[in-house]
Design a protein around this ligand. Sequence first.
Ligand code: PEP
Length: 245
Amino acid sequence: MAGNWKMYKTQAETRAFFSAFLPLVSDATNCDIVVAPPFTSIAAAVEAAKGSNVAISAQNNHWQRDGAYTGEISVGMLAEAGCRYVIVGHSERRQYSNETDDIVAQKSRAVLSAGLTPIVCLGESFTERETNRTEEVLAQQFIGGPGALTGEEFSRILLAYEPVWAIGTGRTATPEIAAAAHRFLRRCVQDQFSAEASASVRILYGGSVKPDNIQGLMAQPELDGALVGGASLDPKSFVTIVKAA
Ligand code: PEP
């Protein structure tokens, strides 16, 4: 269960979140819990979560190890800061920073090279779903992104199905729509890699996950967890979501 804080929470707000959140999830041992603060709050989050069952993720990385890339952050820097995961290819980055499938593949490789776990996001837009292009788009994003990794690399990533029309809109995919997309992605994994890879890859669902819809979503065996934006900002609501796992 992963929380994506996007561009929210200062360092002080991060510390306050963890003070409230950690005691409430200390007994949640049946799932991995991940929080992705903005870059400037990563150190505060790592310090606050030290020794707990919560791992810290970044929301983005550069694909090069170092170099003249003003304003960018390398995976080595994220690893040194204490991150264990990085969200790659979030639709907001695809939309506002023109991230292509190839960049998603390159960023994923960089994350893996630093020993961290990429959470690779893909998902169709509203128009693509309305025009029956969901599977075509998912297949394309898969082949050009995580599908371009080697089998060994792929075995170390997480996927997140995030329909763009459901992110931050309050319009969650129904559990059935989410499950169908996850089944399709597993078929893509099987075609590109193997039946074993398809069965073992963990696929999170993301898109307006809230305390009142998490039960229905997690009741679908196809869903292995959730990537949660807005509802992960409040400790109590994220606890309810984590406990649904
Ligand atoms: C996200 O940021 O990945 C996300 C799913 O956001 P929200 O839960 O707010 O829709």
